[in-house]
Design a protein. Structure first.
Length: 618
């Protein structure tokens, strides 16, 4: 089985590699930008400048959005079908021991994919949507890797057990359907059957072999994963050894490192290009084998429009010379870069570029009772320069610090914030819920925390948790801030945009930050927000740059692991909110010299392998 798969790939490996590189470049340079452009266009047509969790459902129910999503599904299906048919085309030539090329495969696949728009074939788009992610279980997944799982699914679905099981059930069903329909594309392409007949033939074809097919697919893909990580890890290991061996010999180390990096890049590009066809080659091998076992004739692809390249020896020499010049250019550039890196000339140390500040989430809340004086004092002790806290309004109009509108979770008392006077609130125990040794910890007033912050030269991120029962909270917070001459040492934040509007209308000099769970569209035009506090799952460099270009700041929550912190440094955010101040300070203070090998390794291995952890903020 493995030998047959290798033979299919090996015979036309150049065509496969070039085809996949062309396909992925098209996705990166054309398909993804067009997707983003079309999303902005449909938002404009639907009358939305931005999308948050408050208007997301309404946006999705809009008829224009529904039409857009249907068109998007068809376009993505068409694009994915090109990849599938292109691979089938190349492997069919390999089966017949005939050579072909990537351009012919791309042309054939592009033209044949239009069969999808025949009324009896349009349903194939749903098979593509279900199967494509499962068939691309190699190192990369083309277009589907670039489109990450939406935030609303990651948080509102994955974080809720009931929905999580629904999602898992759907994935199991989709996996089953993949095994049932995975031969559909061969019948569709080779035997020119329509969608319904191709699906029926595939189901009959795999009726008693689904488990065996699954094991074969997983085994071959597993081998590819192991080979990829062995090669890349070996290259990284050699770089580390060279760094120690040539210690002090910067030029020699730079040259050898640059040469090795080029080799790693070339190997990685080949792996990436071959990873996707591995799945198709496995299916093709099983299809051909099963056809032979059944004694059925295998249809050949007849392509009279195949493009042939006949280069003269002189033309080939010029082609190779050009390729060599590109390699020399890359080698020279990498040598210069790495030599500068080793000398310390090139650095992305955040202190030299943009100082990313660290905010302690509700104080040192991972160790001490949240939003209490001991949590704030310990956060300062750990080196926090910012503290995030939440405020509510008591029955007698006092602004106190607590996250929930109910006292139940942290004190055990089933009362709402506005139902008790502050004297009654002082009698509550806000520490025992975490540990008995914190029994007696009280819920502080905002003014007390401001005094602590002023004494220790710490800034505050004050989030307003206003409800309809806490009228005037926004104005009271602004008054307290101004009375204590603290306006320049804090930001006032809220998930409610109307609260920010009230604050700006009351005092335009107060800096406001809009806390957003979902952030799509031109959010930077929200005039009552001086910045945005975004979930880490929703942040990327392009978004940060866009917001910065509008003169606004970017805060990110909740960032609790080293990778997430480094990602936010690289994205250029202004402030991260974390439960682990010590870790954040350690990561930020480390030299952020760019490590080209690490960057290559991280990108090529795919961030889909590492799911960021995230806690709900706000």
């Amino acid at each position: 089985m493995i030998a047959k798969v290798i033979r299919l790939i090996k015979f036309n490996w150049r065509a496969i590699v070039i085809f996949e590189i062309l396909y992925k470049l098209t996705a990166a340079l054309l398909a993804i930008p067009l997707l983003n452009l079309s999303l902005n266009m449909v938002m404009k047509l639907s009358g939305y400048k931005y999308i948050t969790k408050y208007n997301l459902i309404k946006f999705l129910k809009n008829p224009k959005t529904i039409i857009y999503l249907c068109i998007l599904l068809i376009v993505i299906g068409f694009y994915a079908l090109i990849d599938i048919i292109g691979n089938i085309y190349i492997f069919d030539f390999s089966r017949r021991n005939e050579k072909t090329n990537a351009v012919s495969a791309f042309k054939f696949a592009f033209l044949k994919s239009f069969r999808m728009f025949i009324p009896t074939n349009i349903g194939i788009v749903f098979i593509v949507a279900i199967m494509f992610p499962f068939m691309n279980i190699g190192i990369t997944s083309g277009l589907f890797q670039t489109i990450s799982l939406p935030y609303v699914l990651k948080v509102y679905v994955v974080s809720i057990p009931y929905y999580r099981w629904i999602l898992i059930s759907c994935l199991v069903v989709f996996a089953y359907l993949t095994l049932r329909w995975m031969y559909s594309f061969h019948f569709f392409t080779l035997e020119k059957l329509n969608f319904f007949k191709a699906g029926y033939r595939s189901a009959r074809f795999s009726k008693k072999n689904k488990f065996v097919d699954l094991i074969r697919m997983l085994a071959i893909q597993g081998i590819i994963y192991v080979m990829f990580f062995v090669v890349i890890s070996f290259g990284v290991l050699i770089v580390v050894v060279l760094k120690k061996f040539f210690k002090g010999y910067y030029l020699a180390r730079a040259v050898f490192s640059a040469m090795l990096v080029i080799v790693i890049i070339l190997l990685a590009v080949i792996f990436v290009a071959l990873a996707t066809p591995i799945g198709y080659a496995t299916i093709a091998t099983m299809y051909y084998t099963r056809k032979e076992e059944r004694g059925e004739e295998i249809e050949d692809i007849v392509d009279n429009g195949a493009i042939k390249f006949n280069f003269s020896k002189a033309a080939l020499r010029r082609l190779y010379a050009g390729f060599l010049l590109v390699i020399i250019f890359l080698l020279g550039g990498l040598s210069y870069y790495i030599n500068g890196y080793l000398r310390g000339d090139f650095t992305l140390n955040i202190s030299h570029v943009r100082t990313m500040e660290i905010t302690s989430h509700r104080g040192a809340s991972n160790i001490y009772p949240e939003n209490t004086m001991i949590a704030f004092e310990k956060a300062i002790g750990y080196g926090a320069k910012w503290i995030e806290l939440d405020v509510h309004l008591s029955k007698d109009g006092q602004v106190f610090v607590m996250h929930d509108e109910s006292f139940k979770r942290t004190t055990g008392v089933k009362k709402k914030a506005w139902e008790l006077t502050y004297d009654e609130i002082l009698e509550l125990d806000a520490g025992s819920y975490m540990n008995k040794k914190y029994e007696g910890e009280q819920i502080p007033l905002l003014v007390d925390v401001i005094k602590l912050a002023k004494k220790n030269k710490v800034k505050l991120n004050i989030e307003i948790k206003a409800s309809s029962n806490e009228k005037g909270l926004e104005e009271k917070v602004v008054d307290i801030v101004n009375e204590n001459d603290f306006a320049k040492k804090c930001v006032i934040t809220s998930q409610n945009y109307n609260s920010l509007k009230k604050i700006k209308n009351y005092d335009e000099n107060i800096k406001t930050i809009y806390v957003m769970s979902v952030a799509l569209g031109n959010i930077a035009t929200l005039k009552y927000a001086d910045g945005f506090s975004l979930n880490i799952l929703f942040v990327n460099g392009a978004m940060v740059k866009k917001i910065h270009n509008m003169g606004k700041e970017v805060y990110v929550w909740t960032v609790n692991d080293e990778k997430g912190i480094n990602d936010m440094i690289d994205a250029g955010v202004d402030n991260i909110i974390t439960d682990n101040v010590s870790l954040a300070r350690s990561v930020v203070n480390k030299s952020k010299t760019s490590n080209v090998v690490r960057d290559i390794f991280d990108y090529l291995s795919g961030y889909v392998l590492i799911e960021r952890s995230s806690s709900i903020y706000g």
